[in-house]
Design a protein around this ligand. Sequence first.
Ligand SMILES: [Zn+2]
Length: 210
Amino acid sequence: MAQFKTHLAGGMVAGAGVSVLGLFTYGLNLTQACAVFVIGSVGGVLPDLDSDSGKPLSLLFELISVLIPALLFMSFVRQEWISPEFLVCYFTFSYLFINYVACTVIKRLTVHRGIMHSVPFALFCGGIGYLLFASSGKVIATIAGLAVLAGCLTHLVLDELNSFTLKFGFIPWLKRSSGTALKLKSNSLATNLLVYCLIIIVAIAIFFVS
Ligand SMILES: [Zn+2]
């Protein structure tokens, strides 16, 4: 498995690429381009949500426990609810829920290099990226979804590239981890059904919000 820093760098490159494309081809403004860059970078480390330990994982959860409530805020919170006391409760409970409850559940339910290291999971994350930005319009939502997808796919490719080693110092050799990142399914039929169903649900949601 490639290191966290490598994945973060890969995600940043993917995010920057999509962001520049959006800036010059689709007329995004600088704030939008910056947001696309950030979520592309997050996409670059997302598949490692299934690794159970380490500081990078807690950093990733802390980041998404701030970003997700902030993005959902736009779609679900009504103007008349907003008050200092609401903001304190909303952000504190969202942070605690994602960082502790969701984190514990994901750690229990996932195995490293399971379905989160797969092309369908990358597609699912891209779809979620679209939905989170849907309130800003189709163009930015599509670019945001593409940035997350590009970040996730870059992660999978980097993990696969890391599956090569040199035997006797010069013979290219595949490690046992080869083929466990850039794949279309996991070993569990139930998990495969779940992830493909989630993709269909997200696709339907995209159809209805567009
Ligand atoms: Zn990985």
